[in-house]
Write a protein that binds this ligand. Sequence first.
Ligand code: TA6
Length: 287
Amino acid sequence: MEKSGLIIFSKGNGGLPLLKVHTPMSDAEIYLHGAHVTHFQRKGEEPLLFLSGSSRFEEGQPIRGGIPIIFPWFGPREGKLMHGFARNHPWELKEIDTNPDQSITLAFEFPLPAEATGFPKFSAKYFVTVGESLTLQLQIVNESLENLTLEDCLHTYFTVGEISAVTVSGLKGADYLDKVEGLARKKETAEQISFSGETDRAYLGTTATTEIHDAKLRRRIIIEKEGSRSTVVWNPWIAKAKLMPDFGDEEYLRMVCVEAGNVLENRRVLAPGNVSSLKMRLSTAGI
Ligand code: TA6
């Protein structure tokens, strides 16, 4: 068995700087653009993350798939980019550490782009730990003298065998806003959420661990989270998939988004000098 990890710096799609991370347990790929994790795969397993074959790889545009960092707002904002600007600009790699368990932690920081003008001054750090599991932590510090109101979300796209053989558990009893029905407020009654059409739900006030049960790939994906009160579940299905230029018409069959964050009524208000931390740990198990 390999004894140590390895990081290779290269140019990825669109000539964007790409880090390839190899550990004895798993491999990962991270673009500096958006500090975007686009690939994670445990040895002997299917890839964990979905990446669209039609994704853009260009400054100012989000990569379609992997784990987009959604910050400082979630959803549309008048005259601005959807889902904030953190995913559309380059982050800087600041530190690489090998941990006792042979996992590797990479620390990124976000140089504020022009879009941050008018926003209370903040600093953003992002820690990615590649090992048996994949752990992500987004840390925001309010560096200003006023309150910073923010939404954050790790908008994770997971690879699945076939969406009709997939269920998501852990959300029974949680309220959600159903985007497919004009943000109607509902309560989840199902132990296992299944997919038979466009599904776009923001579950609110939930800190629960969720699980994706994939009957075709015969695996469970466990999504643990800390510092998160919202979970978003999304599959675009047929019509929405056709409308997305950076997403293949049939790709909805092989993906589901389960996202950990603090969105809508769960947005955070960070007092001057305070720190927010959003953490998500992704692991897999057999069925
Ligand atoms: O998280 C679900 C969602 O808000 C959907 O409504 C859809 O817009 C999706 O995000 C993708 O957004 P994007 O801006 O990446 O196309």
